[in-house]
Structure formats: C-alpha cells, structure tokens
Design a protein around this ligand. Structure first.
Ligand code: FE2
Length: 244
C-alpha cells in the first residue's frame, strides 16, 4: 500500500507554482498511489482559483486524496472547494479528515492551524483526535501542517505546533495504533521521533528552505519533492523523492 504525501504547494495564481506541482505529479503518476495526502499550504494567493486548479490535478490522478490546511491557506475558500469531499461542517474552524485506505491503514488529517498565526496549536483538535483513535480502526498515519517536534533549523521552531506534549499524550494513550506522524511547513524533508513513533516532514513542492544548522548553510537550493509512505504487513517505510 502506497500513500503519497505532497506538501506546501504555495500556489499563487502564477504558472510557476503549478508547473512544479505538475512535475511532482508526473513523477508520481506511474506509482498509482492508493491515496494522496497533502499536508497544508496548498495556496498562498489567488486561493479560490488555486484550490480549483489543485483539485482538478489531484482528481486527475485517479487516487483518493485528503488535505489539511496550512498557515497560508484560506479556510473559507478551502471549505468551499473541498468541503463536500470530506464532510467538513459549514461552521467551525477545524478542517480535519479521516479515511481508511484499503482495509489495513487509516489516514487522519489534523487541522492544527490557528487563525492569523503562522504557528500551529493541537489543543483545539485533541478531543476529536482522541475519539478517532478510540474507534477500533486500523493503524493510523496522522498528518498535519506544522511540526510538533523541534526541527533545529534556525528561526523555524518559533512557528511549530504548540500543544505538542498534549498531542503526544493522546497518541501514546490511544487504543488504536499510530504508525507515524507526518507534517510539512518547513519545506525540507526530515526524520525524527515523536510520542515514541517515527515523525516525518515532507519536502515542499514550492521552493525549499535552505538548511540552516548551527550557523552553516549550503549554497544550492533543493528541488521540489514528495514522500511515499509504503505500508506493508504492519511495517511502514517512508521514501523521499526529489524531482529535479
Ligand atoms: Fe506553512
């Protein structure tokens, strides 16, 4: 079973951003993923038209797909474009989603965005998540926008997902297994652990951030990329793909 993850498309009404998405989707097409998850920041400007264009492209893959908002997304326009697919209510802030992929895996999209904030906060959606993880379903892959772990890149942890300790407790106490948590937001692939599970960040479709670590940085900016989560016999292996 293959779950592809895209993140941080940052569509803005220009062809350039969508061209990068098209390149990533061209790479992905022959893999025929069982599901696609998009971990936020789909559009940063021209939201309505950008969501329409992204929706068309995701539909054309033929794979079921699921999205959560990021800090530059517009909740109203996102709800109008995708709400009917995910049963998002007409009122309320959180645009969460949950779906079974085949019989052995579930994807749970957690909307940790905060109105007018670049950081995230898991606290408002923890009751919903706890209920989802108490439903007796198959193992879950949680995806959200902001990272709930310290990434160590200068300036990027100011805008992480707050309420991370409480989020970790919900995952640790859950009745249903959580195989991993994955996110976007910093525009770089990375791997660590959170709540005793693998925690992953997806590379961006839009321009990557340079890797600033301990006062050092490279000169070359990375190309767009995606993740492929391969789930087989209760074993998850995540592959990073950069599309030049
Ligand atoms: Fe973001």
């Amino acid at each position: 079973m293959i779950v592809a993850q895209l993140s941080d498309i940052h569509a803005d009404g220009s062809d350039g951003r969508l061209d990068r998405l098209d390149r990533v989707l061209s790479w992905l097409r022959p893999m025929r993923p069982d599901a696609i998850i998009v971990s936020g920041d789909l559009a940063e400007m021209a939201h309505q038209a950008s969501y329409r264009a992204i929706h068309d492209r995701l539909d054309a893959t033929g794979s079921p797909f699921y999205v959560v908002p990021g800090n530059v997304d517009d909740h109203g326009d996102m709800r109008r474009e995708f709400g009917h697919r995910f049963g998002w209510p007409a009122e309320g802030r959180a645009l969460n989603c949950s779906a079974q992929v085949g019989s052995r895996l579930r994807v749970i999209g957690l909307d940790v965005t905060v109105a007018a904030g670049h950081h995230g906060d898991a606290l408002p959606v923890l009751d919903w998540l706890a209920e989802e993880l108490d439903a007796g379903g198959p193992p879950a892959l949680i995806f959200q926008h902001q990272h709930p772990f310290l990434c160590g890149i200068e300036g990027k942890d100011r805008n992480m997902c707050r309420g991370h300790d409480e989020l970790a407790r919900v995952i640790e106490k859950a009745r249903d297994p959580v195989v991993a948590l994955t996110c976007g937001h910093v525009h770089r692939p990375m791997f660590t652990r959170f709540a005793g599970r693998p925690a992953v960040m997806c590379p961006s479709v839009t321009r990557a951030n340079r890797l600033h670590l301990d006062g050092r940085e490279p000169e070359i900016v990375d190309p767009p990329g995606l993740l492929l989560h391969h789930f087989d016999d209760e074993r998850l292996v995540t592959h990073v793909v950069m599309v030049s």
